[in-house]
Ligand binder design. Sequence first.
Ligand SMILES: [Fe+2]
Length: 293
Amino acid sequence: MGQHDGKQKFPGSLNSAMIDGPKGAAAQEYANNFGAPGYGDVERIYITQRYEGYSAENQESWRTLYDRQMTYLGAHASSVYLTGARSIRLVRDHIPHLDGPESINLYLKKLTGWQSRGVPGYLPAKAFFACLARREFPTTVVIRPKESLDYLPEPDVFHDIFGHVPLHADPTFADFLQTYGRAAATTNDSVHIERLARLFWFTVEFGLIREDGEVKLYGSGLISSPGESRHALDSDQVDRRPFDLETVCATHFEIDHYQPILYVLESFDQLRDAMNSYAQTILNETARTGHLV
Ligand SMILES: [Fe+2]
């Protein structure tokens, strides 16, 4: 899941058997209204991952996607990502379980207290932020169809779990993401909302980090995309800038092509500290103006 702002649904692009039906529709409807009077219970946004709904072809798609990326990532992903993937027992054999004895959530719980929770589709920003503020990651449970392995205009279980969740096993990143969610859920200021969307985009989705002198991948949009990951590291068309919160928050982005500008962290401490400081600014302003949700 992410802030791709894809309010549009692409009919038929996902195997919808797992999310259609009254429960999925009710959860989506609740999420769409989240924040309005009577719509403040985050639990009602979530759905169960009906694991038996995955077909043999779905499982094959997971293995294909995993194989195409994991070997490459071994040399090019942040060590924090790779350690996290091992810690939550991310495997090639099958789509990860969110519940039960094999759940990635059992490991996450012990490491950082984060949890991945199934959602029926895109969440509006307010609902998304409310989940993050609870250390819960809204996770799309369906997987892209075999015909669309290379490109999908919306998140799926591969993007969300393979791309995002391993970082949630890292205490520093875990704290950063919750602070982000709290700050974003608190403010109604459209300037802050836009700045926070940019911050999310250039870190959580498309972030790079320097480790032992080498630039590595950690953003989920890079981690989960064979094309964009290689472009991010190798292309001379990419402007790789040092991370600076104010600069990032002032940088416009477009979603429908490979990213021409990326920001490189020196450490996840740098990201957490910058976010703590920005969150404090937002909280102080909110306290002054009384714009609490
Ligand atoms: Fe995402």
